[in-house]
Ligand binder design. Structure first.
Ligand code: FE2
Length: 490
């Protein structure tokens, strides 16, 4: 876009100083902006400077966007601010507000009492969502439901799921006071709906004659409310997601990485990319899987982060960088994971914002939930229809369950914090994950889902497990229009 705009202006005999070009290219309609600015000049200078444009910007902005009432002072202040930003070479990205993050808030020791308190918090938080479901109106505690001779509704956490030898499914469920068995008959419509241990569900059913077992008619999930298309905002910024870089691996994709950085520095920046978020697995780490050392180019974890820091220096100053850990990074493996420790942060530019995993951030009015995605290893295999080839479906299942890691005891270690940071209690505008090295964009009930690829080619470990990554893709989301595109650097 930059080249097209500047070429078009040059053909008209309009030459811009670099700073003036920067300003023009931030405008929604750069050509109209320049033409209006020049029409107010008595004589067109040979080369247009930034001050030629800024000194007339109040009139220009008013004429281009008449529907937005702005005082001359407001516009002038904004443009002076912009001018200072451009001259100082500092960021013009907006503020990134960290809305929820475990970093600095961890209190757990991991003992049995912590786990009891953790699951009680999960139950309480998701129950609050479920009791508002129309299908669960009039729900009662399990102890009461077992005494009633009519249709009942309960909210419970699932302790265990097993298949009976006759093809039925038996759940052991529990609430604050009691536990019981819940039977899903093999010919019930509910049998097609996978239930995973530790998720919180609503059940509509009946008690058997002896008052011991609930026979399930329907499973109710908290889910997210159905929303229409996202409303446009006046933001002109975009955010790009660069996941699973795996610096230090001998399969790191240097050439596609260089191409992507070149795009970010040029077209990407001029097309409005102002934020880059890295959803984890920044480096390959050490000892993450058996015989990993055979696949490492750099076998020192600190050197891996030094290299990462060098690679990220190519991102222009005007782009705000947000970095999150994943299961290959040098923080505790148990989720929620805090941001990197000081000794690693100190290797990076002070402008980089380090956050935990998961993390909610708000950028220019859009709420983004970023989660590395380790729990997909547990969900794929326990929920019918999920595969590594379509991580977006696993993300939908997380939203349906309002939890990022619904099942405990598998591959996803969980730190039993006082509060369950993995509950999806706020519905985001964008939900991004990495981890499975896939690439995709989808929608679920008005939430945009993004799985953010990788910068590592297929490793021999992945080859052995018949896993085919989809590397070197860059999802870019416009914060104003919410449109997404997937740039391919492969
Ligand atoms: Fe990864």
């Amino acid at each position: 876009m930059r080249d097209r705009v500047l070429e078009r202006l040059a053909r008209e005999g309009i030459l811009l100083e670099p700073d003036a070009a920067e300003l023009v290219l931030t405008k929604e309609d750069p050509l109209a902006f320049v033409h209006t600015a020049l029409s107010s000049l008595e004589q067109q200078p040979l080369i247009i400077t930034l001050s030629d444009l800024v000194s007339r910007s109040s009139a220009i902005e008013t004429s281009i966007t008449p529907s937005v009432p702005q005082s001359v002072e407001e516009v002038a202040t904004r443009d002076e601010h912009f001018l200072r930003e451009v001259q100082s070479g500092r960021t013009i990205a907006g503020e990134v507000k960290v809305m929820r993050d475990i970093t600095g808030n961890s209190t757990c020791e991991g003992n049995i009492n912590d786990f009891a308190r953790y699951f009680a918090d999960r139950f309480k938080t998701i129950k609050r969502m479920l009791v508002h479901r129309r299908e669960l109106a009039g729900c009662v505690p399990i102890s009461k439901a077992l005494k009633l001779d009519r249709d009942v509704r309960v909210v419970a956490i699932v302790n265990e799921v097993r298949e009976t030898k006759n093809g039925h499914r038996m759940l052991e469920i529990e609430d604050e006071e009691a536990r019981c068995l819940a039977l899903i008959l093999k010919d019930s419509s509910a049998i097609s709906d996978s239930v995973v241990p530790d998720e919180v569900i609503g059940i509509v059913g009946k008690t058997n004659r002896k008052g011991e077992i609930l026979v399930v008619d329907e499973i109710i999930r908290p889910d997210i409310p159905l929303r229409g298309p996202m409303e446009k905002s006046d933001s002109s910024s975009s955010i790009a997601f660069v996941s699973d870089i795996h610096v230090g691996s001998n399969a790191f994709l240097q050439r596609p990485w260089n191409d992507m950085m070149s795009w970010l520095r040029n077209e990407g920046y001029y097309e409005g990319v102002r934020y880059v978020l890295v959803p984890g697995d920044c480096v390959d780490g050490i000892g993450v899987f058996p015989d990993q050392e055979e696949e490492l180019l750099v076998d020192d974890i600190f050197k891996q982060y030094e290299l990462l820091s060098e690679l990220l220096k190519d991102i222009p100053d005007g782009i705000k960088l947000i970095v999150q850990p994943g299961n290959h990074d040098a923080v505790r493996p148990a989720e929620p994971q805090p941001a990197f420790p000081k000794e690693i942060k100190d290797m990076f530019d002070s402008q980089v914002l380090f956050v935990g995993n998961p993390c909610y951030v708000e950028i220019e009015g859009r709420l983004i939930l970023s989660y590395h995605g380790r729990s997909m290893d547990d969900l794929i295999g326990s929920i019918k229809g999920l595969t590594y080839n379509n991580p977006l479906e696993a993300m939908k299942e997380m939203l349906r369950r309002r939890h990022l890691a619904p099942t405990y005891g598998g591959k996803t270690p969980i730190a039993p914090e006082k509060k369950d940071f993995l509950v999806i209690d706020a519905v985001p505008d964008f939900f991004v994950t990495g981890h499975v090295h896939g690439a995709g964009i989808s929608d679920y009930r008005g939430v945009r889902l993004i799985n953010a690829s990788t910068w590592q080619a297929q490793t021999s470990y992945q080859r052995m497990h018949n896993f085919n990554p989809d590397p070197a893709k860059l999802p870019v989301v416009h914060l104003g229009t919410c449109k997404c595109l997937m740039k391919n650097f492969n």
